[in-house]
Design a binder for this molecule. Sequence first.
Ligand SMILES: Cc1cc2nc3c(=O)[nH]c(=O)nc-3n(C[C@H](O)[C@H](O)[C@H](O)COP(=O)(O)OP(=O)(O)OC[C@H]3O[C@@H](n4cnc5c(N)ncnc54)[C@H](O)[C@@H]3O)c2cc1C
Length: 414
Amino acid sequence: MDQILDLHPEDFDVTVEPAVTRKTLNAYLRDTGLWFPVDPGADASLCGMAATSASGTNAVRYGTMRENVINLEVVLADGTIVHTAGKGRRPRKTSAGYNLTNLFVGSEGTLGIITKTTLRLYGIPEATVSAVCSFASVQAAVDSTVQILQAGVPIARIEFLDDVMMDACNRFSSLSYPVVPTLFLEFHGSERSLEEQVNVTEEITQSNEGSDFQWARDAETRSRLWRARHDAWYAAQALRPGCKAYSTDVCVPLSRLPQIIVETKEDLMESKLTGPIAGHVGDGNFHCLMVVDPSDPDELHRVHLFTERLGSEDLELGLICPDHRPVFLGLASVPLSFPEMFFLDISSLMLVFRGLNFFFFIFLTCKQVFFPFLLPSLLKPVCAALHGKGYLHDGGLKFLKSSCLSSAIKVLLT
Ligand SMILES: Cc1cc2nc3c(=O)[nH]c(=O)nc-3n(C[C@H](O)[C@H](O)[C@H](O)COP(=O)(O)OP(=O)(O)OC[C@H]3O[C@@H](n4cnc5c(N)ncnc54)[C@H](O)[C@@H]3O)c2cc1C
């Protein structure tokens, strides 16, 4: 179950078994000039990433698992094996028939076990540069993000860290960046296109009074920078040794992002809570990493109220996904908008299946009543007319009029 199968470099795809992780695949691909870009930070299994529809730092440029899974082999609860795009098929097109693949992507293991996933690969970019840019305020950093995306810069990664998170990362990863709201950026492309992307981005950040870019050009410095970003969770926990971390997961339309981050920071201060913020701001998604003392009931209560406020504000602003999975990491219970999301999920599913039952009812009615009985009776006068005009001889008419017609159609449709 840990094999990398069927690599097709010329078609930019590969099939992997469930135990293959993102890093293992990329190490395997290194000499081919290809890579798989979806990077949720953790070295997760690719089938698990498909099951959770993982996104991450590169999603702004390359999309999430949803856009990068081509086919899945899934074992259903009754043991049936399903190939969501057809056995051995690797189509990029999803409009021909049901998009079964995306029914299973993000289904969190509830619809079946993914035993193989076929993934879309990309060429390793000719050139890559990373940069760090500091801002005087959260609003300026997030405004810059929105404007960079609106300007159509095909930026590969754009990650926001607030001052508290920068402090945590500096301490944890021995860095010395200014302790202010910061953007980590990465550009991919040819040398020429990089220059253009960087120029436009710098113009925008400077119009929002951002600092000069601090560059990470060589692979080692880049990987140190992004390691620091990916270690943000551990860096946040290290702010208060002995405490537990709990991550919220908020996703709003991009235009609402500055407002919600600014309000969240104000709320954290008023509630006297430690909650460094890091986010894939290009997707309108940010995490507030609550660092909480689980033995302090008053603090737990304040976290509870804070996350409830964050969840309801998020819903009002056009939510996509507050963390409705109860990942409490040792906390007694911090229900965010779990009830709303749970009932939303269940009621949507019920609607789908109610719709499906109706569809099947119509289909079965056609199959069992219309085709075997009504269709032959409609055809009989047509056959008689054809016979009258001499197009059909006696034997043909007799055959068509017989029950063979209904039986034949029924057999064809079964
Ligand atoms: C430090 C950290 C940072 C993260 N940051 C992000 C982020 O920024 N963006 C993001 O999108 N995600 C993020 N994640 C979540 C990450 O995407 C998921 O943890 C990962 O995709 C799940 O894969 P896994 O192999 O760990 O699966 P598991 O944790 O083992 O399982 C996760 C779910 O998938 C199901 N599942 C697993 N394997 C299969 C399978 N073969 N078939 C069917 N169902 C299966 C399980 O039943 C479970 O419901 C982060 C996680 C960590 C630890």
